[in-house]
Design a protein around this ligand. Structure first.
Ligand code: ADP
Ligand code: MG
Length: 568
């Protein structure tokens, strides 16, 4: 229908709009980065769809982004000739937030504007950031392949609703028209807009063009020429050589591919040649996304083939336990019409995936093993944000298990703190001379682990115990028998065999005590017949009268508790 309709925003959009205007006010120029980023994504999508349907280009295959402004009307317009939007696309994409976990994210907001404002950046704000400087946004769009009379105009003042109507739009693509708020006229300047584009969007691989403005000596004023000029470098950032890319450009590119507002923790950029030829530019974020635990969440790798965008979230290119890695992989070998199904089978993809996994692990090793305090701090941040996910790799990635084990960090009785900072190597370096095993305790919390009666004998003998309290730990331990030839041993399982850590006198004493209490043990065994499998005299306690232990190859008490809680 061509009639104008008014529709309401999804509740989360309203919340987002309000918070955003407050939180990002001091950083308002990022609206341009977000809108250019969307225009670039839209062009990537068109180029990809056109691989199998060249007619989509119509007679305009020269993809670019145009930024213009109108001083009288007080508007800034960002135009692209990318994939465009149909009416339904506009209603869906500009009226709702499609990101997974959105509801959960918003339910966590406290209502305290200051605190919530800090979270919003992490969520990513995208299109709606235009409302920081605009009190009205008009979007005019036509999807590639639809006739000229199936264009759409979407308009909103960013309060509760938006209108939508059909328009004629001869040229394919999208125009975003920002009607500036009172007091934002600073943005109506060629110089200002150009400097923002160079700062935030230089890495965009399409040309970003503007009307050329020049100083006219005779008229003694700037005049607008009937000519377009390209403002950015307009070449794919990852295809440039490393020494031509500044750290700022790497950071801005990260924000573009990740939809994250913060800076990345670290990155790696390489051109790989050999069996398979590809370029990888991979980043580790500084903060876990709110949907890190979403099982349906796909990875964060964009796949390109010879500079042509193929797909977002190419999960085949990175193992699940590295799903937090963001970036771009550009293959020189894959066919342009590659599908997710083909990716699954492809040997080239397997080579790329193995190579990229190794790259990410060595990037983490570089931080973990660095002598620089700044790197150590980065690794600590990484571990806090993503350590639990990395642990999944112990079970998932047999080939790299040993490398991953070296990257693990634990709380330990050595530190008397719940901070997970101790590596297996640290532990091994502090082992007693006669000690052959790495001892650990699992529990549902640090306090429970720390106060476990099982630790008493270890404290007395000054033997360090690793304290494992993450949900994934029990599962991980089932794949990890040893480190560096030293078996891992639970302090709560089996007959505690401290081996050479006990001297002959101790062993003799133990034997005597056991004999002495034989009758008592037998009586207790009968009394507890339906509760305990066996009653033993123990030497692992110093203060507590009794404790429960599991058999060597039984499920631990902690795991049983977790299974019960999960209804198993
Ligand atoms: P994101 O880019 O993270 O998906 P945005 O809020 O920036 O989130 O954009 C929301 C959606 O609106 C996009 O995913 C896209 O579907 C649509 N969109 C926005 N701008 C354009 C555009 N210029 N051309 C086509 N679609 C667009
Ligand atoms: Mg976006």
């Amino acid at each position: 229908t061509s009639e104008k309709q008014t529709l309401g925003f999804q509740a989360e959009v309203k919340q987002l709009l309000q918070l955003m205007i407050h939180s990002l006010y001091s950083n308002k120029e990022i609206f341009l980065r977000e809108l250019i980023s969307n225009a670039s994504d839209a062009s990537d999508k068109l180029r990809f769809e056109a691989i199998n349907n060249a007619a989509l280009f119509e007679d305009d295959a020269d993809l670019k982004i145009k930024v213009s402004f109108d001083k009288e009307k007080r508007t800034i317009t960002i135009s692209d000739n990318g994939i465009g939007m149909s009416r339904d696309d506009a209603v869906e994409h500009l009226g709702t937030i499609a990101k997974s976990g959105t509801k959960e994210f918003f339910s966590k907001l406290s209502g305290d504007q200051q605190k919530d404002a800090a979270l919003i950046g992490q969520f990513g704000v995208g299109f709606y950031s235009g409302f920081i400087i605009a009190d009205r946004i008009t979007v005019e769009s036509r999807r590639a392949g639809l006739p000229a009379n199936e264009g759409v105009r979407w308009e909103s003042e960013g309060a509760g609703d938006f209108t939508i109507e059909a328009i004629d739009k001869p040229n394919r693509g999208t125009d975003i028209i920002l009607h500036l708020r009172e007091g934002e006229d600073d943005f109506l300047s060629s110089w200002k807009i150009k400097s923002i584009i160079r700062k935030y969007s230089d890495h965009i691989s399409l040309p970003i063009v503007m009307q050329k403005e020049e100083w006219d000596q005779e008229k003694n004023e700037t005049v607008v020429r009937d000519e377009l000029e390209t403002v950015n470098q307009a070449s794919a950032l990852w295809a440039r050589s490393k020494n031509e890319i500044t750290p700022e450009q790497y950071t801005e590119f990260y924000k573009h591919v990740s939809h994250d507002f913060g800076d990345p923790l670290t990155y790696t950029h390489n051109r790989v040649e050999g069996r398979s030829e590809y370029t990888q530019l991979l980043y580790i974020p500084a903060k876990a996304p709110f949907d890190l635990w979403d099982r349906n969440k796909r990875g964060g790798i964009k796949l390109y083939v010879k500079r042509v965008f193929i797909m977002d979230d190419a999960e085949q290119l990175m193992p699940v336990y590295l799903r937090f890695v963001k970036g771009v992989i550009d293959s020189a070998d894959l066919p342009l019409n590659v599908s997710r199904e083909i990716l699954q089978e492809s040997r080239d993809v397997k080579v790329i995936r193995d190579g990229s996994t190794k790259r990410v692990l060595s990037m983490l090793e570089d931080l973990a093993n660095s002598e620089e305090q700044a790197d150590k701090d980065k690794y600590a941040t990484f571990w806090t944000e993503f350590g639990q996910v990395l642990k999944e790799g112990i079970g998932e990635d047999h080939a790299n298990k040993d490398r991953i084990a070296k990257l693990l960090r634990f709380a330990s009785t050595h530190n008397d703190s719940d901070a997970q900072t101790v590596s297996f190597a640290d532990y091994v370096s502090r082992m007693k001379e006669a000690q052959t095993k790495i001892f650990y305790a699992t529990a549902e919390s640090y306090n429970a682990a720390k106060n476990s009666p099982h630790l008493e004998i270890f404290r007395k003998k000054g033997i360090e115990v690793l304290l494992l309290t993450d949900r994934v730990d029990e599962w991980m331990l089932s794949f990890l028998e040893e480190f560096d030839g030293k078996p891992l041993s639970s302090v709560a399982k089996g007959d505690l065999d401290l081996g050479n850590l006990e001297d002959e006198t101790e062993k003799k004493q133990h034997q005597e005590t056991e004999d002495q209490y034989k009758d008592l043990v037998a009586k207790m065994q009968t009394a507890l017949a339906d509760k305990a499998k066996e009653v033993r005299v123990t030497f692992r306690l110093t203060d507590s009268p009794a404790c429960l232990v599991a058999e060597e190859n039984e499920l631990s008490g902690n795991l049983l508790r977790m299974l019960k809680a999960a209804g198993q």
